[in-house]
Structure formats: structure tokens, C-alpha cells
Ligand binder design. Structure first.
Ligand code: HEC
Length: 153
């Protein structure tokens, strides 16, 4: 009889612990829900499904271009890096067209300024000076950061 009672008490104890941790978890969830940092306050571009895909693949191209530039710089291939900057980040007619498709003036202006900085990066890389090049790369990447902080699809 004594043994049975002990077993029952242990069971009750375990069940109680489980309930307490479930309540704890629920509270955590609740807190997250009301956490302001979890709310996306960026301006939506209200893109169509097709435009979304188009934009994201363009963006992945931008990231790939930055990666290529950094890689080429590390191998002292400044001429090649300069070409990548101009052709893939610069203000080419394609990029101009792309940026003007979003129907948002401020977004377009930011996009144009970003691509202009891509051409400036091309100029900086042509000097073959590492610090001049890094300063220009930093400026271009600040546009990535600024725009992502302000806009979402
Ligand atoms: C003028 C605005 C603007 C600039 C400049 C910009 N982006 Fe974006 N990017 C966006 C928007 C808008 C999205 C979609 C974000 C969202 O909806 O959360 C995006 C998304 C992305 C994504 C996600 C792609 C995916 O497949 O999910 C990557 C990667 C990215 N950008 C890289 C870059 C890089 C690298 C640069 C700079 C070299 C850059 N972007 C510059 C506006 C911009």
C-alpha cells in the first residue's frame, strides 16, 4: 500500500511540473506577440506575386555581385572587380527600368542613388587603392541596409 501511494505521489508531481512548464511556454509566446520589435513597420511596396519573384531574384544577383567584388579585391583583380561593379550594380538602362517599375517615388530615388553608387564603386576600384575601394563599397552597402530597413515587398 505504501509503495502504491509513493508511486501515485510521484505521478502527481510529474504532472504538476509539466503543467507549470506549459504555462511558462504560453507566457513566453504571449510576450513575443506583444513585443514591438517583432512588428514589421517598414513601408510595403505592395508588389504583385510576379514582381515579388522578379525583385527577389534581382536582389540575389546584387548580393552575388558584392560577393564577387570582395573576392576579386582579395586577389588584387581590381579591373575585374570594377567591371562587376559597373555592369551588375551600376545604373545600367536595365536597372533604371527595373527601379521605375515599383510605382513608389521615394523607393525609386533610393534605388537610383544606390545604382549610381555602384558606378562610383567602379571608379574607385579602378584606382586599385584598397582603402578608396573599401570606402566606396561601404557606401554602396549602406544603401542595401538603408533600403531594407525602410521597405518590404
Ligand atoms: C532601393 C531599395 C533596395 C536596395 C538599394 C537594395 N535592396 Fe535588397 N531588397 C529590397 C526589398 C524591398 C527586398 C524585399 C524585402 C522584404 O520584403 O522583406 C529586398 C530583398 C533582398 C534580399 C532577399 C532575397 C531573397 O531571395 O529572399 C537580398 C539577398 C537582398 N535584398 C540583397 C541586397 C543587397 C546585397 C543590396 C545592396 C548591394 C540590396 N539588396 C539593395 C530593396 C532593396
Amino acid at each position: 500500500m505504501k509503495r502504491i501511494l509513493i508511486v501515485i505521489f510521484i505521478f502527481i508531481g510529474i504532472a504538476g511540473l509539466n503543467m507549470a512548464s506549459a504555462a511558462d511556454e504560453k507566457m513566453h509566446h504571449g510576450n513575443h506577440h506583444h513585443d514591438m520589435s517583432m512588428m514589421d513597420t517598414r513601408t510595403s511596396l505592395e508588389l504583385s506575386a510576379e514582381m515579388k519573384q522578379h525583385q527577389l531574384s534581382n536582389m540575389r544577383e546584387h548580393l552575388d555581385a558584392i560577393n564577387s567584388i570582395v573576392g576579386l579585391m582579395s586577389e588584387n583583380k581590381f579591373e575585374d572587380a570594377s567591371k562587376v561593379a559597373r555592369n551588375r550594380l551600376g545604373l545600367t538602362p536595365e536597372m533604371q527600368k527595373m527601379c521605375s517599375m515599383f510605382g513608389n517615388e521615394k523607393f525609386m530615388a533610393l534605388g537610383m542613388a544606390f545604382h549610381k553608387s555602384g558606378d562610383d564603386l567602379g571608379d574607385a576600384l579602378q584606382t586599385k587603392d584598397i582603402n578608396t575601394s573599401l570606402r566606396a563599397l561601404n557606401k554602396t552597402m549602406q544603401y542595401c541596409v538603408t533600403c531594407h530597413a525602410a521597405y518590404r515587398q
